[in-house]
Design a protein around this ligand. Structure first.
Ligand SMILES: [Fe+2]
Length: 391
């Protein structure tokens, strides 16, 4: 008998306006001196001031670190740690998309334990907690608010370091879809595809279990019918709400199962070519799914059924064909470019493929895929993605 090891945020508040409950959530955790970790855009849009004002009104003094960067680097995290140590903080509030949330987790850990971020990358597992993290996502989403991972880029080697362990699991997550209405359409599409990828990978992973399966299927049911809707109409409240719920469910799913080959191959593309995370996932998803599906046909067919693109009576082979058609259609309709169209230089891509294969394998994610590629097969998949072939 195998035992699934499940871990969740102690507190989840989910629904429109949930972010306004930060003061009472802090109070319920006995916390009173937060550092808010966010980004410059959320400061300039006035969102951070709303959060700070809510805390001030409740008698809670806070400080703000807004210098996080997309694909957070070691240097940006170290600056946050320095800011944390200037104050007398008992917790870190991550406020923003995946980058501010991942930064908040790293800052909360290093602020207490010290050391360099590279000390904590996989295969190291950091369970002993840092300062408590409260996560308030503004995208739907990376799911970072519900996961036991952070991803920090070592800018000296262009490696996206996957850092796993319970230390990175937020103690509370406030999941408020009303924060997502102002997301630009590109970000809406990219983060939505990221969420869908989390759900699919959690479901087909070798580490899937009945708990993660349930969350993954719920996430696919929430995301698949609403992704196009939020891209067409950013003010569609019902669709935004479903996407936000689905993103958190997908985060719970993969945090308690794993991601797999798409994420393994996606991180090096992001690290070397600065392609946004959801976009590099989207570039890979059709080809990697086509290559992997024969090894887990029924699982992928169940994904197609949960997403509503195959009906329950349809055979697995046919359902998987519909899944592949849907993933290709999504990329077309959401205008996902290939690597060349995105502006990546062909010679540099070719030169880096061996490094990307090695970094993907070292992250451990490809080993969770239902079909595990060797270096040569992974290089072939990268070539297919470059050529825009479905695998
Ligand atoms: Fe992701």
């Amino acid at each position: 008998m195998s035992i699934a090891s499940i871990a969740l945020p102690r507190i989840l508040r989910i629904g429109g306006g949930a972010s306004k409950q930060l003061p009472e959530v802090l109070a319920s955790l006995g916390l009173s001196r937060p550092l808010i970790v966010t980004d410059a855009w959320l400061v300039s849009s006035g969102r951070v001031a709303e959060l700070v004002d809510g805390l001030t009104a409740a008698g809670i003094a806070s400080r703000v670190f807004a210098d996080t960067v997309p694909d957070p680097t070691v240097a940006s995290v170290d600056a946050g740690v320095a800011c944390l140590r200037e104050g007398d903080h008992d917790c870190v509030v991550g406020f923003g998309g995946g980058s501010p949330l991942d930064s908040a987790k790293a800052i909360a850990l290093l602020g207490l334990h010290g050391g360099a971020m590279a000390d904590y990358k996989a295969p190291h597992v950091q369970d002993a907690p840092g300062l408590p993290v409260i996560a308030i996502p503004t995208t739907a989403g990376t799911g970072s608010e519900a996961t036991r991972f952070t991803i920090i880029t070592d800018e000296t080697t262009d490696e996206k370091m996957l850092c796993p362990g319970l230390a990175y699991l937020p103690v509370a997550a406030l999941v408020d879809y009303e924060l997502t209405f102002t997301k630009p359409v590109r970000l809406t599409a990219d983060t939505g595809i990221d969420s869908l990828t989390h759900a699919i990978e959690a479901y087909v992973s070798k580490r899937a279990n009945p708990f993660s399966d349930g969350m993954a299927l719920l996430a696919m049911r929430a995301i698949a019918p609403n992704l196009r809707r939020v891209c067409r109409d950013p003010m569609d409240a019902a669709a935004r709400e479903a996407m936000m719920l689905g993103a958190t469910q997908a985060g719970i799913a993969f945090s308690n199962s794993s991601v797999a080959l798409v994420h393994g191959m996606s991180r090096p593309i992001g690290a070397h070519f600065h392609v946004p995370h959801g976009l590099s996932n989207a570039m890979l998803l059709p080809a990697v799914t086509a290559w992997s599906a024969p090894a887990a046909l029924h699982r992928y067919a169940e994904c197609a059924r949960a997403m509503g693109v195959a009906d329950e009576a349809e055979g697995d082979q046919s359902a998987v064909a519909r899944l592949l058609d849907e993933l290709a259609a999504l990329n077309r309709e959401l205008e996902v470019p290939g690597p060349a169209a995105w502006g990546i230089d062909a010679a540099r891509w070719d030169a880096l493929v061996p490094t990307m294969c090695a970094q993907a394998a070292a992250s451990g994610s490809p080993a969770n895929n239902p079909r595990v590629p060797d270096a040569e097969e992974m290089a072939t998949l990268y070539a297919q993605v470059w050529a825009g072939q479905p695998g």
